[in-house]
Design a protein around this ligand. Structure first.
Ligand code: S3P
Length: 168
């Protein structure tokens, strides 16, 4: 097994769980948002504001293609990675793709004091989360390996993912 790729809505714990998994496995940890920010030399919110969402999605797409050519990585994707099915198809060829899930209320509790997500920069965060989740639910549900994280610590989510990996 080469890569573990964590997919899921914002605030489902992809980065926290990804770090734990990478440490346990001795794999490289790649946070796609952080990698894009580093390469662009500016924050995701500035990329959205200055060049628009389609430009950000094109950066994401190129990074997926690059990462899919390498192994021994735990990759935390951005929540919108599922919007282009080619991204999931490419990652599925390279290893285990797992979707982390959480209820809108738990997502809100995890993101409400953060300000770096342009898609949640609104007064009614819960409404925005519900709206985006509704639009994307079918895309997240299409990923066969999923973990519901509401009641679990990041360490336990990591345990579940390692169990899935063992049964492959
Ligand atoms: C996005 C999620 C963010 C980031 C960008 C867009 C999305 O990543 O890629 O703000 O479309 O859901 P996180 O899921 O890590 O917050």
């Amino acid at each position: 097994m080469k890569n573990i790729v964590l997919v899921g809505f914002m605030g489902t714990g992809k980065s926290r769980v990804g770090r734990i998994l990478a440490q346990r496995l001795g794999y490289v940890f790649v946070d796609m948002d952080a990698a894009i920010e580093e390469r662009e030399g500016r924050a995701i919110s500035r990329i959205f504001a200055e060049n628009g969402e389609p430009y950000f999605r094109s950066l994401e797409r190129s990074l997926v293609q690059e990462l899919a050519g390498k192994g021994n990585q735990v990759i935390a994707t951005g929540g919108g990675i599922v919007l282009n099915p080619d991204n999931i198809r490419d990652f599925e060829r390279t290893g285990l793709v797992v979707c982390l899930m959480a209820s809108p209320e738990v997502i809100l509790s995890r993101v409400q004091h953060e300000t770096h997500r342009p898609l949640l920069a609104t007064g009614d965060k819960l409404g925005r989360i519900q709206e985006l989740l509704a639009k994307r639910q079918a895309l997240y549900d299409a990923i066969s390996k999923r973990v519901a994280t509401d009641e679990l610590s990041p360490e336990t989510v990591a345990d579940r993912i390692l169990e899935m990996r063992d049964t492959l």
